[in-house]
Design a protein around this ligand. Structure first.
Ligand SMILES: Cc1ncc(COP(=O)(O)O)c(C=O)c1O
Length: 481
């Protein structure tokens, strides 16, 4: 494992031996994995819990489960952390701490940091989560980060501040297949400013329609083409469909050199790949916390606002403000004058959900047990292992596996996820069969209609044997089709 990790740390692709497709080899890597113990921090759905249709008071993995069939109690192979991350075990105790705080001291919970509680007072929770996220996104201080609302709301707030179209500069540059919410947000912002998408929205097309690859050159060329008329660039750190990781620092610097604001949707990048948002001079970024960060469905989203844009005198004209953005020293004074909290904190609107932030706090605690560097090392090896097994399957027999890997080959251009596109006359039919066989065998993957399956072996709770088993079941599904 060490030699694989050291190749990964150098940004090289790890090379696997001829016997890599044996169960023994997968188990050997798991036995040498220094992060393997982190899986114990999570409640992974079991094969039987996935079939639940009613609550029965049991949590998979806890001793209170009732099924007599031991095999059904085994954890599923959970490869959808790119959609909804697994539940950290400590979420339960944190929610209990909040219930006790609320029941015991009522409104005082806003200001009282209870002894023996793992959590800050309610009004400090979002900021304490920000302070725990410096390594996660590469911020220079906690004030560059805030957790609030959801990704799309935060995106609108950032567009309200940064997208100030003029007759000369009014275009927004995006990519051809943004996540629909980004698309709707941008379109509605244009409409809000009485602009039309046909005049003011520029879509970067894939360099190759087969692979859907977005080359950095084509992105820079689009920026060049609209250098005088573009106001803002909004791109995904990792493209949700193909899993391609874009060159955030290079694209950011290039856009800014042309006077264009660079904003990033990091929904698929935060907690997945190392980020250095401060050093890369990113203007703003937004991310949700329910994927690789494991904070639960709809949990509070993140926002990064570079220190360069911090409001030093309370005079950001285009900020949409609310009372929780007011500095804590005056927040409860009920004054009409808005005295903002520093940096990104001043963009808070409302009193956030303490329960929601408690889940996030639990999730961040797990990240605190390792580092993005270590996680990335394992992820490169784990995803590399998945790729090698898939390629061997594709080349097996008559080389007739009916799918190809959409995600770029290069380690620098991808995170954890690999997207498989099912091709050929029977491609969609095979995918349907495969999805059924995977579900029957307790493997949870994500399907994007009509022909793509996304597989994300998240290093926090997936291992090499999981990947090995996934490929074995996938093979079964392909052969049965
Ligand atoms: C790339 C991307 N952007 C935006 C969103 C929307 O996030 P939210 O529901 O927090 O607004 C998602 C959700 O999955 C996403 O994957």
């Amino acid at each position: 494992m060490d030699h694989l990790l050291s190749a990964a740390q150098k940004g090289q692709k790890p090379e696997f031996p001829a016997d890599a497709d044996t169960l023994e080899y997968a188990q050997l890597l798991d036995s040498q994995d220094k992060l393997g113990h982190l899986k114990d921090q999570f409640n992974i759905p079991s094969k039987s819990s996935l079939k639940k249709k009613a609550l029965d008071g049991t949590i998979p993995g806890e001793s209170n489960t009732t099924s007599s069939d031991q095999d059904d109690q085994t954890p599923s192979i959970y490869l959808v952390g790119n959609s909804l991350g697994a539940q950290p075990k400590s979420v339960k105790s944190r929610i209990s701490a909040q219930l006790e705080t609320w029941a015991s001291v009522g409104v005082g919970g806003h200001f009282t940091s209870m002894e023996n509680s793992p959590l800050s007072a309610w009004q400090d929770l979002a900021e304490s989560c920000a302070a725990k996220s410096l390594d996660l996104v590469g911020a220079s201080s906690a004030q560059e980060i805030i957790y609030m609302n959801t990704l799309t709301v935060n995106l609108h707030l950032m567009l309200a501040t940064f997208y100030r179209p003029t007759p000369q500069r009014h275009k927004i540059i995006i990519e051809w297949k943004p996540f629909p919410s980004d698309w709707y947000a941008v379109q509605s912002q244009l409409a809000f400013h009485n602009l039309s998408a046909s005049d003011s929205l520029i879509e970067i097309q894939p360099s190759d329609p087969e692979t859907l690859y977005l080359s950095t050159e084509s992105i820079l060329a689009t920026i060049d083409e609209h250098a005088d008329s573009a106001a803002l660039l909004l791109l995904p750190g990792i493209q949700y469909f193909t899993g391609q990781l874009l060159d955030i620092p290079k694209i950011t610097a290039y856009a800014q050199s042309k006077g264009i604001i660079a904003g990033w949707d990091l929904a698929h990048a935060a907690g997945n790949v190392p980020l250095s948002l401060h050093e890369w001079n990113v203007d703003f970024a937004v991310w949700c916390t329910y994927k690789y960060l494991n904070a639960g469905p709809g949990a509070a989203a993140g926002l990064f606002l570079h220190e360069r844009h911090h409001d030093r005198d309370g005079k950001v004209k285009n900020r949409l403000a609310g009372w929780y953005g007011a500095d804590k020293s005056v927040r409860f004074n009920m004054e009409k004058e808005f005295v903002p909290s520093p940096g990104a904190w001043g963009y808070q609107l409302s009193n956030p959900s303490a329960v929601d932030l408690s889940c996030l706090d639990a999730a961040l605690e797990v990240f605190g047990k390792t580092s993005m560097k270590e996680l990335r090392g394992k992820a490169v090896v784990l995803t590399g292992y998945l790729e090698v097994l898939l390629k061997r399957l594709m080349n097996e027999g008559r080389g007739a596996a009916p799918f190809r890997i959409l995600t770029p080959e290069s380690v620098e251009e991808r995170g954890t996820q690999l997207s498989l596109m099912f091709t050929g006359a029977k491609g969609k039919e095979v995918l349907q069969r495969v999805s059924k066989v995977l579900a029957e065998n307790g493997v949870v993957c994500d399907f994007r209609k009509p022909d793509v399956m996304r597989v994300a072996p998240v290093p926090l709770y997936c291992g090499f044997e999981d990947v090995w088993k996934f490929v074995k079941v996938l093979k079964k599904g392909v052969e049965e089709s």
